[in-house]
Structure formats: C-alpha cells, structure tokens
Design a protein around this ligand. Sequence first.
Ligand code: NCD
Length: 316
Amino acid sequence: MKHLLSVDDLDGADRIDEVMRLTDAFVEVSARTIPRVPALRGKTVAWLFYEDSTRTRLSFETAAKRLSADTMNFSVSTSSVKKGESLRDTALTVEAMGVDAIVVRHGSAGAPHRIAQWVGATVINAGDGWHEHPTQALLDTYTIRDKLGGLAGRHIAIIGDIKHSRVARSDVLAFTAMGAEVTLVAPPTLLPPSLEGWPVRVSHNLDAVLPTVDVAYLLRMQRERMTEALLPSLREYTACYGLTTRRVDLMDDKAIVMHPGPMNRGVEISAEVADLPRSVIVDQVRNGVAVRMAVLYLLLGAGTDLVAPDQEPDRS
Ligand code: NCD
C-alpha cells in the first residue's frame, strides 16, 4: 500500500486489524517519558491543508514528530496559492523539496487522488470535501475497539448531517468492514440523495434507535457546506435529533457517545452529554495521535524497528 486515500485502500478487516495492532504499540510509546522512537528518522512529511483543521493537523504533526520524521508545514493562507498557483504546481513544488509523504486536506472530493497521480511521494487523505477522511475512521474504530472490546456484532448509530460528512462515509466503510451494523439517523434532507450500495439501515426516529445502540456517533451540522436551506431551523433539528440527557437515558448503561469534533454544544449534543463519562470524545482525539503514527509507519517505515527507544538526545 503506497497511499491512504480511502478506507477501501486498506482492503478490509485484516489490514484495519494490522493498523489497530500497530496503534496498540504506539499507544505504549506515547505513554513513555520520552514518547519518541527513531522509526522514521530521515523521512520528511509535509502538510498541504486547504481547509481549516485543529485536531487532524495537530495530531498528524505530533505523530510525525514522535516517529522522528522531519516535518514541513505549508500554510495555504500565506503561500503562493493566494497568487493563483494551481493544485498541481503547488504539489510538485512541495515534492521538489524532497518529501516522502504529503498529508492533504482539501475542500474538493478527489483532490488527494489527483495529487497521488502527479507526485511520486506517498499521499495521505486528511479529508477531501464530502468524500472521505480515512484516518478519522481508523481512530474511531480504534476507540470503539478499546472501549467495547471489538466491533463485530455491535450496533452503531451515526446521527446528524450525513450528507455533507466525509467522516460518515469513511466510518461506514470501516465499521462495516469490522463486522458492525450501522444505522444512519437523520432527517431526509441531511441524507445523501442515494444510499445505493451503502451497507446500512436508515431511520428518522432517534428515540426508537437509541435503546438498541452500543455507540451513538454524532456529527456536526456542517453549515459551511450547505448551499441551500435543508432545515427549517437549528432549534427544530436539536428537538428531533440532538443528544440530550433525556435521550441518553434511553441508551444502554454501557453504550458510548462519540463525536469527531469540532462540537457544536447545544446543537447536535448538549453540553452536559458531551461531558458525561460515557462520552469518549477526548479519547478519540488522544487515540488520533497513535493511529496516525501507525498509518505513517505502515506507509513509510518498512524495515525499521517499530518501537525501539530513541538513543539520541531529545532534540525537541
Ligand atoms: C471533521 C472534518 O473536518 O472532517 N473533523 C475532524 O477532522 N475531526 C468533521 C467536521 O468538520 O465536522
């Protein structure tokens, strides 16, 4: 595997399991006093982020540093992109600096795939339009495995703005590959126009679904991607689909609540629910670093010792 553009590149449960096992090793590394291993020493990882990001960017950067890779930060807002440079020219310029991997986030579906055709470096999709966000799906899979012991036979409800969500697409692929059952819960206007080929059930009744779930996975209302009025009002959305404490009481005691962030507290999730012990949102962020270490290692680290401690003095 050279690139990670879609969850499908992992080719099913065996490969996803391999990432999960590598992640276990990197969780152990992350807990050390000096959380750094030399696995990617001499490799350079660059970021090409055309869209805003907090978690994804910070965790990829932390992951690369913990693997001793050099990192190259490319900020679109202060670059020649502002002068009209094309995606292709920008990607070729970044590659000419001698990078081994380019981590791309872009507002258009397929942009990382195009870059992978133009450059020789490894390309990792960190979110492309409404399309996919494979490393988010891997960290979500890892978090569920960690909290519930596995995904096989589990029932996961993905609730909210599915239509505009790259997270939902990647999560459906990963969760079902691992043997979970997925129900999408949303008003009809926030579902994709066609769900043909999606191995999921659909419901418009959150209260009916909640008692049956092991995981309630909430999505942000992606207002920046909405070009038309898809909802009468946010208040109405919250009344029908917001996860409130009353609704959490419908869930099994052991069921967990997840969210990829950024949360809109008071819209898709109430402030109190976000802070409940069963809400594992901060664990998702924490696992994101180890999962991205696993992905970078899998793509760039062939032949190096996985978790040997760093013998050189800490340079950070
Ligand atoms: C998501 C994204 O940007 O795709 N956030 C993330 O990466 N954790 C979801 C979102 O923006 O709502």
